[in-house]
Design a protein around this ligand. Sequence first.
Ligand code: NAP
Ligand code: 3JN
Length: 340
Amino acid sequence: MTEKKFNVAVAGATGAVGNQMISCLEERNFPINSIKLLASSRSVGRKIVYRGNSIAVEELKENSFKGIDIALFSAGGGISEKFAPLAAKDGCVVIDNSSAWRMDPDVPLVVPEVNPHAVAQYTNKGIIANPNCSTIQMVVALYPLHQKYGIKRIVVSTYQAVSGTGKKAVEELDSQTRAILNSKNYESKVYPHTIAFNCLPHIDVFLENGYTREETKMVYETQKILEDDTIGITATTVRVPVFYGHSESINIEAKKNISAQEVKSVLKKTPGVKVVDDPKNNVYPLAIDAAGQDLTLVGRIRDDESIENGINMWVVADNIRKGAATNAVQIAEILAKEYL
Ligand code: NAP
Ligand code: 3JN
């Protein structure tokens, strides 16, 4: 039987995530019949190479999705809010990387290693949401522990790379670092403070309760994906001067007896996870090792000696790949294989 091939569109194709989506489709040999690359009017005429062919970027418009089977969106929440329903109306399934649809009860929020069954709900609105990058790597590591031990509470602090803010932030860290090392003047345009040689406890906007939107996303998205709103979650999200790879310090309190040794053996068998944990030999997950690959690295696994059934760990993943593009393409693979 010949394999079914799909007409695919990438909205936000010129961005940090969109670009990686195009590479992931190619690397993973996604069955593509045609590919349409969409961005703003600023990028019209730009060429992007896909499988050796140079493809011209087109302007994202209301009628861009006619004849498209699957659209991967990463052009921001406002664009997703407006264009995802239009694309769905034209019969296309949207896999959206923004926060616009994540908490809509009719829209599945999917991490393929955790809740692939939720993809079935794409029929509700024709939209599937991709979670926030910080949520994705956390749930990949915690899902098997929640299944086996029941997680009561999560305390997480993140150390997030600038690529999470997009291509302009990558340029800002690069240019500020060079300027500071050469005693030159520089400006901060993307972030409210200098990001080079600094840490900013501020990702996305501040809310009334003093938390940021990024911190709030981690709470509600995790509960939705793990299908358990009784888990207590508190987060502090921090931007650090790293280009690629988000790191997280995660503390969990479990309902059942748990030990670091057992956690290591459970995580060694967990799909999508690589245990990197040999501290005596200075081996633990590092952002520079996580960058450019798709596994979630987990290490520094140890008992929290201050409470019963507590565990600490250090979790690192490539925020643009598993945190965004790869996760979206994995969702497209499930759709293509099982539903379309
Ligand atoms: P980026 O590097 O700044 O790229 C933004 C992309 O959106 C570019 O392709 C840009 O096109 C396009 N765009 C902007 N305004 C547009 C418009 N009016 N019409 C059509 N296209 C437009 O940002 P990024 O890091 O790739 O992030 C893009 C979005 O993906 C974010 O806003 C966020 O919603 C989502 N995201 C999700 C995660 C996650 O955690 N899963 C992580 C990062 C980002 P031009 O080049 O033509 O301007
Ligand atoms: O800052 C990061 O490391 C991840 C950023 C994600 C992001 C950036 C801009 C807008 C999002 C997101 O995915 O939650 C959004 C959004 O709200 O859509």
